[in-house]
Write a protein that binds this ligand. Structure first.
Ligand SMILES: Cc1cc2nc3c(=O)[nH]c(=O)nc-3n(C[C@H](O)[C@H](O)[C@H](O)COP(=O)(O)OP(=O)(O)OC[C@H]3O[C@@H](n4cnc5c(N)ncnc54)[C@H](O)[C@@H]3O)c2cc1C
Ligand code: SF4
Length: 316
């Protein structure tokens, strides 16, 4: 690990000021992703600003009838919160499908949204990777791509977003609240939060340098039945190969997002409009223009089968 200095921030404003005033500084929350990346020297911050004890650790009702989840609320607390379980079941199920109990006890809402991709070549610092070293090349293209994106990638990068929570938040139309070094705040729709790689795959999130996530806000509940199915190589401690988050209504309409198939949670309005026609029609619309590799093309029929399971569950 490269040497670094450390401080514990006393307030959100102090945290953003500390990162802005120290070149090479980064926030650290649960540390479950950042510390791994530091051990591999993929991330080499010179200074860590610990935000874990900031008062951003509550879940509150919003005046509109929704829910505001502080950025430092752990995954365990979000998943087990009574209102999340009652009104936003897809979120609770998605979180519990991720990682392990120990990790979920540490992992924060903000840190989870910002977790990096799991492309095997991103973690192998002996090989080129445009996301790690811009302009160095992409070792995945022509390599082992089984876990990687089938849609939304580019000639520079085909890494997928591996998160579970973000797929549920996409279905729920969540927004991400932030604060910058000047104390200015803004709300970013989750739909715009994860960026497609294009020719700048190193820029993954719609955050400005030093911007702190302060909360995630959910609109009022949608009703319907809530589903999250994650297909993975092992029953636990494994990232999704494909996941489906859905909120289905009794009249056959609903919302659907696919996880681990694209650089962002993959939700397509035209695909949702096909729900009454069944899973094949939804998947055909959602994956129109997909560019799978030989060893990950199976993800598209797998997405269809997983969605079929979800729809059957919704009718049961
Ligand atoms: C073995 C293992 C298995 C896993 N399995 C899964 C899985 O199946 N599904 C899944 O979804 N995830 C999985 N994860 C990932 C895990 O969910 C993330 O590591 C975790 O959610 C990150 O949260 P954290 O608080 O620890 O973030 P940290 O590691 O502290 O930070 C991550 C990044 O976010 C930044 N950051 C943190 N908080 C803020 C903030 N408030 N504002 C701005 N920037 C911030 C940090 O600077 C850093 O860049 C797994 C992780 C491990 C180690
Ligand atoms: S797919 Fe992306 S993360 Fe993986 S090697 Fe290529 S550039 Fe790097």
């Amino acid at each position: 690990m490269t040497p670094f200095t450390y401080e514990r921030a006393a307030s959100p404003a102090a945290a953003v000021r500390a990162v802005a005033s120290t070149p090479g500084a980064k926030f650290i929350a649960g540390g479950t992703n950042l510390l791994d990346l530091m051990k591999f020297q993929i991330e080499t911050p010179t200074h860590l600003v610990d935000v874990r004890h900031l008062p951003l650790d509550t879940i509150e009702d919003t005046p509109e009838g929704g829910l505001r989840i502080g950025a430092l609320v752990t995954n365990t607390v979000v998943a087990s919160h009574p209102r999340v379980k009652r009104d936003y079941g897809v979120l609770s199920r998605a979180i519990v499908a991720g990682a392990t109990g120990q990790l979920r006890n540490k992992a924060s809402t903000g840190g989870n949204l910002l977790q990096r991709n799991r492309c095997p070549y991103f973690y192998n610092t002996d090989l080129p990777c445009n996301k790690r070293v811009p302009g160095s090349g992409c070792s995945a293209l022509g390599g082992i791509t089984r876990s990687l994106a089938v849609i939304g990638g580019s000639e520079s990068c085909i890494a997928q977003n591996p998160g579970d929570m973000a797929v549920a938040l996409r279905v729920l139309d969540a927004t991400v609240e932030t604060m910058d070094a000047d104390g200015a705040t803004r709300s970013i729709p989750l739909a715009d939060f994860h960026l497609l790689p294009g020719d700048t795959p190193e820029v993954e999130f719609a955050l400005r340098p030093g911007e702190l996530i302060t909360a995630v806000t959910l609109p009022p509940p949608l009703g319907g039945t809530h589903h999250y199915h994650k297909v993975r190589d092992r029953a636990s401690y494994a990232f999704a190969i494909v996941s489906v988050a859905a909120v289905l209504q009794p009249d056959g309409t609903g919302r659907v997002a696919f996880g681990s198939v694209a650089p962002r949670p993959w939700r397509v309005a035209a695909a949702e409009a096909e729900l009454a026609k069944g899973p094949a029609a939804v998947v055909a619309a959602a994956f129109e223009g997909a560019a799978p590799q030989e060893d990950n093309a199976f993800k598209i029929p797998l997405a269809e089968r997983t969605l079929a399971l979800v729809i059957a569950e919704g009718r049961a």
